[in-house]
Design a protein around this ligand. Structure first.
Ligand SMILES: Cc1ncc(COP(=O)(O)O)c(C=O)c1O
Length: 395
C-alpha cells in the first residue's frame, strides 16, 4: 500500500471502519430512533455520585491523581476491585489484574502478545465486531463455530480445534454481543474441557455479566477454570460510563507481566485521574448501589422492546429474548436480507445493525441486532412499529 511518500504497513489493509461507528454518525441526527449502537442509557450515568468521587480525588489524591503512575494500575483500585469480584465468585489477586482503557484495549493487547500473522483464532459465529477488528489488525485468520440459544456449538468448536492449531478461543459467554445469549454452566464446562484437551487458552469477554434481569447467575469460565488457561476481561463501560475508558484484565501473573510490557509500549498506563475517581466511587459503595438501578431500567426497556416486537413484527421473525445485557437478536426469514430492511428503515428514521457485520467469514445476511438501552420508552414503540411495517412490506 502506497501514498506518494509514505508506505503503509500491510496490516492496514485489514483495518476497516466499524460499520456501527459509521451508523452512529447517522443516528445522532435529530429525529432518528437508533437501535444501532451499544450505548448505555443516558439516564444511567450516576452524575452526582461520580461528582463526589471526582471531588474526593482532587481533595485527597490531587497530586498523585495528576501524576504518571505504574502500568499495572493503582494498587488501591485493584485491591478494591478484587474484593468486589470475590462477591461475584471471581477470585483474583491484584497481581493477576491489569487496568486498561476499556475491554477494547484489552483485546488489542492480547492480540499484540499472542498473535503472529496467519495465526488462527476460534470465534463464535456471530462474534463481537470490535474483537474481529482488533484481531484483524494482527493479521489473524479466523475459524468459527456457530452459536445457538445456549452459546457456542461445542461439536462445531471441536471440529475446528481438531483441524488445526488455534492460538486462542474468544467468547462472550454471558449476554452475548450481538446475539444476547448466555452459555449454561454445563456448556461452559464442556468448552473448558475442549480447551484443555486441545491445549488452547480461552479469552472470556464479560462486559455485561452483571446486567442480569432474568434467570439465574452462571459462573464465569474464569472462575470455573480457577483462573487457569482463561483470560477474563471486563469493563466499567456498561456499569458506570464508557466515556471514562476503564476496564481490567484478569490472568495468570506471567501473562499479566507480558501484557504490562505491551501496555507500556502502547499507552504507558491507564488514566491516573480516572483510576483514582473510580477508586473513590467504589470506596463509597456507589458501584454496588448503582448496578441494581441499571438492571431495573434495562429490564424495563428489554421488556418493552420484546413486547413491541411481538406486537409489530410478523411471526416468521425469530427473536432471541435476552436474560440480560443490551441486545435483542432477530433472525428474519432466509429470503429477506437485513440490508433491504435497513435501506427502508433509515428512510423512516430508524437505525439498527445488520447482523452480517458480526459474522467473521460472511453470512448472517438475514439477521439484525437491536439495542434497547439507549431509546426512550416512546421511541421503542415507534421505532419497533416502523421496523415491523418495513419487514411486513418486504415479506
Ligand atoms: C463484547 C464486548 N467487548 C468489549 C467491548 C468494548 O468495551 P469497552 O468500552 O470497555 O472498550 C464491548 C463494547 O460494546 C463489547 O460489547
Amino acid at each position: 500500500m502506497k501514498n506518494d511518500i509514505f508506505e503503509y504497513a500491510p496490516r492496514l489493509s485489514r483495518m476497516k471502519a466499524s460499520i456501527i461507528r459509521e451508523i452512529l454518525k447517522f443516528s445522532s441526527r435529530p429525529g432518528v430512533i437508533s437501535f444501532a449502537g451499544g450505548l448505555p442509557s443516558p439516564d444511567s450515568f450516576p452524575l452526582k455520585e461520580f461528582e463526589q468521587a471526582v471531588k474526593d480525588t482532587i481533595r485527597q489524591d490531587g497530586i498523585r491523581a495528576l501524576q504518571y503512575t505504574v502500568t499495572e494500575g493503582i494498587p488501591g483500585l485493584k485491591k478494591c476491585l478484587c474484593q468486589w469480584l470475590k462477591k461475584q465468585k471471581i477470585f483474583a489477586e491484584p497481581k493477576e489484574m491489569l487496568l486498561v482503557h476499556g475491554s477494547q484495549q484489552a483485546l488489542d493487547l492480547l492480540g499484540k502478545i499472542f498473535l503472529a500473522k496467519g495465526d488462527y483464532v476460534l470465534l463464535e459465529n456471530p462474534s463481537y465486531l470490535g474483537a474481529i477488528q482488533s484481531f484483524n489488525t494482527y493479521q489473524a485468520k479466523f475459524v468459527t463455530a456457530d452459536i445457538d440459544r445456549g452459546g457456542i456449538d461445542l461439536a462445531k468448536a471441536e471440529k475446528q480445534l481438531k483441524a488445526r492449531k488455534v492460538k486462542f478461543i474468544y467468547v462472550v459467554p454471558t449476554f452475548h454481543n450481538p446475539a444476547g445469549v448466555t452459555m449454561p454452566v454445563e456448556r461452559r464446562k464442556g468448552l473448558l474441557r475442549l480447551a484443555q484437551k486441545y491445549r488452547v487458552p480461552i479469552i472470556e469477554d464479560d462486559p455485561y455479566g452483571l446486567i442480569r434481569f432474568k434467570g439465574s447467575w452462571v459462573p464465569s469460565l474464569y472462575s470455573l477454570a480457577k483462573g487457569k488457561g482463561v483470560v477474563y476481561l471486563s469493563t466499567f463501560s456498561k456499569l458506570l460510563s464508557p466515556g471514562i475508558r476503564l476496564g481490567y484484565i484478569l490472568a495468570e501473573e506471567e501473562i499479566i507481566s507480558k501484557l504490562v510490557l505491551a501496555k507500556q509500549a502502547t499507552t504507558l498506563q491507564a488514566n491516573t485521574f480516572i483510576q483514582y475517581a473510580v477508586y473513590h466511587y467504589c470506596q463509597h459503595g456507589y458501584l454496588e448501589k448503582h448496578i441494581p438501578t441499571i438492571v431495573k431500567d434495562y429490564a424495563h426497556k428489554a421488556g418493552l422492546m420484546i413486547k413491541y416486537i411481538r406486537e409489530f413484527f410478523p411471526p416468521e421473525v425469530q427473536v432471541f429474548e435476552p436474560e440480560g445485557g443490551m441486545f435483542v437478536w432477530c433472525i428474519l426469514p432466509k429470503k429477506l436480507k437485513a440490508s433491504k430492511v435497513f435501506e427502508r428503515a433509515i428512510k423512516k428514521n430508524v437505525a439498527f445493525v445488520e447482523g452480517s457485520v458480526f459474522f467473521p467469514k460472511g453470512g448472517g445476511e438475514n439477521t439484525m441486532r437491536l439495542n434497547f438501552t439507549n431509546s426512550k420508552d416512546s421511541d421503542l414503540k415507534i421505532g419497533i412499529s416502523r421496523l415491523g411495517n418495513v419487514i411486513k412490506d418486504l415479506l
